[in-house]
Design a protein around this ligand. Structure first.
Ligand code: ATP
Length: 503
């Protein structure tokens, strides 16, 4: 699995999807750039989301709020006081860790111990079943599992109670029980705010301290009244937006899974108080359906319902995806109550209420939010699509089986040879199709190598112009996933491709 992840990262670089930011200066940690193919894939994911959320919902409208917001926004939202991660330094290695992630890693190590036990036992039981031994192993395994759960619970409680000394004590105990970092010399645990600060204005005395937004949601809340009134929106309704968010993450690893600058796709759905549970369930289901519509395998998704809730929520769940490094959060669905709007009303002194003509009442709406990271979605799609296939002739091919609707290039047009008028016909097909889809033209190398290049960047169709084309106005269309080839008329190409890339 680690191998798979390494392949994902190197394939993303080699084929122009994702580069380390400022690589010529040795890069910037947890910041990435999207290259020629990556930018197309990312745009297609964003559009696929926008279509599902805004274009096809009469009662959901879009917004593009600024990244800079009035600093009081972040006081009202709770980010200044509570958007923290606990961190701890190891004095020997000078390494910095997120305390909660470190503890999870220790528990992960316990899990590995369990797996080893089970494997050993299975081997032994294969030879001769021994009831006593089976029961003893079983008890040990259960013991580990319970221990792991108890540790995570204790950590959750300590963090909730701001008992950071206990978090440190837990790390010290765990390091002795199952060594991970190799040294025992820790600093105290400190809370670290994840927001990036900056300044607005030139002169030192009048400059205003600002933050780069750590989530897009607040841009929606502060615009609630403006949108509701100008759009004459009736509850229930939603406001959606995509855009950059910034977090000074302490643990910056796992490629584009956890970045310091990333993009979110969020929708805040405003509902009548008391109906939030119903809408929360509905959005959980709707969002899972959206994921499944891409055909990436239903076993790769699962819900994780939160027991421990953020200060603003009355219910929360994650849609987790099976990344190469295991099941991890891809999207969050949160029932945020009226926390945000009430708080902005309090801090701004402006009424953020809605008059509901059906019940003849003013109230602050409740909010159900769906929030997904665009870059995380990119990683989910990209890693799931990257496959190595053994072919019948004994060779292997690397193929990126992206859902066609998301593929950066929909079709590559390939003249079989660089002469006899074939390039001219191929160029003409490109000219004709390029207004409808992204198409590529490639005449270099043998056609087999060109097919492989297109497989590696996920192009669903290769269209080859050969000598027969001169007589029958037909071309060969080759399907990426099956490698099947068909002869089709040039004039039918547009409709064939269109049909295949629609979901
Ligand atoms: P995590 O627990 O992984 O830090 P979170 O619970 O803080 O995530 P939210 O604040 O709910 O995440 O943000 C919503 C979504 O934004 C997440 O589901 C994830 O897809 C994405 N996201 C959050 N932080 C990052 C990040 N640092 N890099 C990339 N995507 C992120």
């Amino acid at each position: 699995q680690e191998d798979k992840f390494k392949k994902v990262v190197s394939h993303a670089k080699e084929y122009g999807f994702v580069f380390q930011s400022s690589e010529i200066y040795d890069g910037l940690s947890a910041v990435y750039d999207y290259a020629q193919n990556g930018v197309e894939l990312k745009k297609n994911i964003r559009e696929y989301w926008w279509k599902a959320m805004v274009q096809t919902h009469e009662n959901i409208v879009g917004l593009d709020a600024a990244i800079f917001m009035h600093p009081t926004t972040w006081k009202a939202s709770g980010h200044i006081d509570a958007f923290n991660d606990p961190l701890i330094d190891n004095k020997d290695s000078k390494k910095r860790y997120r305390a909660d992630v470190l503890i999870e890693d220790y528990v992960g190590k316990l899990d590995t111990k369990i797996e080893k036990e089970v494997k050993k036992a299975a081997k032994r039981f294969g030879d001769a079943f021994n009831k006593e031994e089976f029961l003893a192993t079983n008890a040990r395994v259960i013991g580990y599992k319970e221990k792991g759960e108890a540790i995570l619970k204790r950590m959750g409680k300590s963090l909730e109670n701001e008992d950071l000394a206990d978090v440190k004590a837990l790390i010290e105990e765990l390091e002795i029980a199952c060594p991970l970092s190799g040294s025992k010399n820790w600093t105290d645990v400190k809370q670290f705010n994840l927001m990036f600060g900056t300044k607005l204005g030139a002169s030192a005395d009048t400059a205003m301290d600002l933050y780069l937004r750590p989530e897009t949601a607040q841009g929606i809340f502060v615009n609630f009244s403006n949108v509701q009134k100008t759009g004459r929106m009736k509850i229930p309704f939603g406001i959606a937006q995509t855009g950059k968010a910034f977090r000074n993450e302490i643990v910056a690893r796992q490629f584009i899974f956890r970045m310091r600058e990333f993009e979110q796709m969020e929708m805040q759905f405003f509902v009548r108080p008391g109906t939030q549970k119903e809408w929360y369930e509905k959005w959980k289901e709707t969002r899972l359906k959206w994921h499944l519509s891409l055909g990436m395998g239903k076993d790769n998704y699962r819900f994780h319902d939160h027991e421990k809730l953020a200060h603003y929520a009355d219910a929360a769940a994650d849609i987790e995806f099976k990344f190469p490094f295991g099941f991890k959060e891809l999207e969050g669905i949160h029932s945020r109550t009226d926390f945000d709007l009430s708080s902005h009303e309090k801090y701004s002194g402006k009424k953020l209420q809605y008059f509901d003509p059906e019940i003849n009442k003013h109230y602050i709406p409740y909010v159900v939010e769906t929030s997904i990271g665009l870059d995380r979605m990119f990683l989910a799609v990209f890693s799931n699509s990257l496959q190595e296939e053994e072919l019948e002739n004994g060779t292997t091919r690397t193929v990126l089986k992206l859902p066609s609707v998301l593929a950066p290039t929909k079709a590559a047009i390939l003249p079989l040879v660089k002469k006899d008028g074939l390039p001219e016909i191929a160029r003409k097909i490109v000219e004709d199709l390029k207004w409808d889809f992204n198409v590529a033209y490639d005449e270099k190398d043998a056609v087999g190598r060109r097919y492989r290049r297109q497989d590696a960047v996920g192009t669903p169709f290769c269209i080859t112009v050969d000598h027969d084309t001169l007589n029958d106005d037909s071309v060969t269309i080759r399907y990426r996933d099956t490698m099947e080839q068909k002869r089709v008329k040039i004039k039918n190409l547009r409709s064939i491709i269109k049909e295949e890339i629609e979901i």
